[in-house]
Design a protein around this ligand. Structure first.
Ligand code: FCB
Length: 414
């Protein structure tokens, strides 16, 4: 059996906007009414009020960690006004996790922004870095004993979304529905497209935006380091891209703007979050969309549990050995046995990477709960199902399975 580091994190992950409900001061809340084909987050799964139950279910199953986010739009609903009540709310979440034996991994920003910040120009606005810095200063006051803090979630996806929003506003993206895993799933109306036809994909992220986000990360890292003992990092979406015949050169170029720029920016960090779901080939023309296949997940991506090992190895290489936490890995499926099979396979790959000496500190499954997948409710990633009318939680077999893996520190039969 693979030797894991003492204190290895076994947990599940969430993001505030996807589970809390009524994030009314955020840019996403405003956007949900505007974009074609997008469902609303609404009450989400009311985890804003029900987080003690959610955390208890994870702890009782055998997990020892929970990654969740704090919501800037709630903490600072208008510029410069910090809500002490909301800070106290998130502090209670941290305390609840600690009391239950769940190591908190706290994300400072998981895609959503205060609406006023978005209206000032968002991450590209003139005051963006100062604004973010003052939010992080406020947040740091409750993070003193949190061991792991992630500044920005998936800055590379974020850069892709900002790039796409610009194109959408310019009317260049009629077929686009919403950002989804790795941003490469075919828009729904193209799901049946023949393999030879390339459905429209999101444009690659503009590297200028990436560099701005890297500055924001560095600013936040300094503040968190000054005020807390937390290990700080950011979490990067990993596409586990690989070259198809003739695609070697293209792979290098494409991977730099989509991934490596963000991994290089993590070189001075205490950890790097790896987020992996599927993998994709690259040929001389670029990314080859996931071909339609009965095995594809509910977000249209190929079933590739082997992606995690590739992602971890690539991340380790590009960061030059920054300790890894798998901050997201999972599958959108209505079939929980498939979730177990996928996760078992992904963990086998992760263990192989650890056996080879890669320093991995934890595995946090996406997601604790079935939740609002950025515009859609249908793709279910959760270890726990939720009735969206009564908010009743129903743990799936995969939660017990992952809890057992956590308790024994390895896969059954290993
Ligand atoms: C990642 C996001 C997360 C969730 C999963 C499925 O890109 O960080 O919020 O949507 O994909």
């Amino acid at each position: 059996m693979t030797r894991l580091r003492p204190g290895f994190l076994w947990g599940a992950a969430t993001a505030p906007h996807q589970i809390e409900g009524n994030n009314v001061s955020s840019d996403w809340w405003a956007r949900e009414g505007l974009m074609p084909g997008m469902e609303r987050s609404g009450d989400a799964v009311d985890s804003y009020h029900r987080y003690p139950e959610d955390m208890r279910l994870l702890a009782e199953a055998g997990l020892n960690s929970y990654r969740f986010g704090i919501e800037w739009a709630r903490i600072e609903p208008v510029p410069g006004h910090v809500s002490r009540a909301e800070l106290a709310h998130y502090r209670r979440m941290i305390d609840t996790a600690l009391q239950l034996g769940l190591t908190p991994v706290v994300t400072l920003n998981h895609f959503t922004l205060p609406r006023w910040f978005a209206e000032e120009g968002g991450w590209l606005g003139e005051q963006a870095l100062d604004r973010f810095a003052s939010y992080v200063e406020a947040a740091a006051t409750i993070l003193g004993d949190v061991p792991w803090v992630a500044t920005l979630n998936e800055p590379n996806m974020l850069a892709m979304m900002i790039t796409a929003m610009r194109a959408f506003r310019a009317g260049q993206m009629a077929g686009w529905q919403s950002p989804t895993v790795e941003g490469e799933a075919a828009p729904r109306e193209d799901a049946a497209a023949e393999e030879t036809r390339r459905p429209p994909v999101l444009p690659p992220p503009d590297p200028e935006i990436g560099r701005r986000l890297a500055e924001a990360h560095a600013v936040a890292r300094e503040i968190v380091r000054q005020h807390t003992d937390a290990g700080v990092g950011w979490t990067v979406a990993n596409g586990a891209y690989h070259a198809l015949p003739g695609g070697e050169q293209k792979l290098e170029e494409l991977r730099y703007v989509r991934e490596d720029l963000y991994l290089e920016a993590a070189r001075g960090d205490d950890f790097i979050g790896v987020q992996s779901y599927s993998s994709q080939g690259v040929d001389a023309d670029g990314l080859v969309p996931h071909p339609p296949h009965p095995d594809n997940t509910l977000v249209g991506t190929a079933y590739r549990p082997d992606a995690l090992e590739t992602a971890v190895r690539h991340t380790w290489e590009v960061t030059g050995g920054v300790p890894v936490i798998v901050t997201e890995n999972g599958i959108a499926t209505a079939d929980d046995e498939r979730r177990i099979a996928y996760t078992g396979e992904a963990l086998r790959g992760l263990f192989t990477a650890i056996d080879d000496g890669i320093d991995v500190r934890g595995y946090l499954h996406w997601s604790a709960l079935d939740n609002y997948e950025w515009g859609h409710w249908e793709p279910t990633f959760g270890l726990i199902a939720v009735d969206r009318e009564t908010f009743e939680r129903k743990p799936k077999p995969s939660l017990g399975w992952l809890g057992d893996v956590a308790r024994r520190g390895g896969l059954p039969g290993a």
